[in-house]
Ligand binder design. Structure first.
Ligand code: 6PG
Length: 251
């Protein structure tokens, strides 16, 4: 694999603080250039500390909220008030009501039938389409990784390359008892982003992380390897537990 940009932190809290600072810097920079800052959120437990931090001082006072637009890398097909909804989680953490205009929140409608929800999101993305694409080049995509090497809802041995003529996809996958019906952005969208940051913590991810960042390219087995933006950057922010099986020559 290409040499990766990997930052290793002693613990998840330090990682979340560093990620918060990065998001402040990136969003300030983008807004200073006269553009809106688009941010795609990840689901799962790992980013929740970061989301809560961003909604608290000092970060809450540093972010250009009114010029931030929120998207999602994937959604579980449940209603928005279900505890398992990625949008619902963000509502309870990062999306401070009085700061984020409703029109800046572009959620995947998990309450719809999955194929319809995927189509609906493709239409929403088209509204922000840039260049010759049918979707926006998102400024920053936050992604997690499962212990099986999935990211967003791109699961092992599941997505066939020929399906990626669409920016969104309805998928079914069982993982840790979480809702199986999901809608995900596809690599078409991820790989046209400006920046991707993976947030990965915990010993349970160590084996997958070592494989994903190792020398063997096997994206069917490790779907996270499909993420390599053509004109964007990728950064891995991981804690020492997740990094514990990385070989010395990776970083
Ligand atoms: C989801 C995700 C998914 C998640 C990983 C990691 O909605 O489930 O977006 O890809 O990021 O499963 O989840 P954890 O952070 O909980 O380990």
């Amino acid at each position: 694999m290409l040499k990766q940009n990997i930052l290793i932190f002693p613990n998840p809290d330090d990682l979340a603080r560093a990620a918060a600072k990065k998001i402040v810097a990136m969003s300030e920079n983008t807004v200073l250039q006269g553009r809106i800052f688009s941010l795609a959120l990840a689901g799962g437990d790992t980013p929740q500390t970061l989301y809560r931090l961003l909604a608290q001082p000092p970060y809450v006072n540093q972010l250009p909220w009114s010029q931030m637009h929120f998207f999602w890398g994937d959604e579980r097909c449940v209603s928005p008030d279900d505890p398992e909804s990625n949008y619902g989680q963000a509502r309870r953490t990062i999306l401070v009501k009085e700061l984020v205009p409703e029109g800046n929140v572009h959620r995947i409608r998990g309450e719809m039938e999955p194929i319809k929800a995927a189509q609906d999101y493709a239409v929403q993305l088209r509204t922000f389409a840039e260049e010759s694409l049918a979707w926006p080049r998102i400024d920053l995509v936050l992604l997690g990784m499962g212990a099986d090497g999935h990211t967003a809802s791109l699961f092992p041995n599941q997505i066939s390359a020929e399906k990626w003529d669409s920016p969104t996809l309805a998928v079914t996958a069982n993982y840790q008892g979480r809702p199986a019906n999901r809608v995900t952005l596809t690599p078409l969208v991820f790989n046209s982003a400006h920046h991707i940051i993976f947030l990965v913590t915990g010993k349970s991810k160590a084996k997958a992380l070592a494989a994903v960042l190792g020398n063997t390219y096997d994206p069917k087995r490790w779907p996270v390897q499909r993420i390599h933006p053509s004109r964007g950057s990728v950064m891995w922010m991981v804690d020492e537990d997740a990094a514990s099986q990385l070989s010395g020559d990776i970083n």
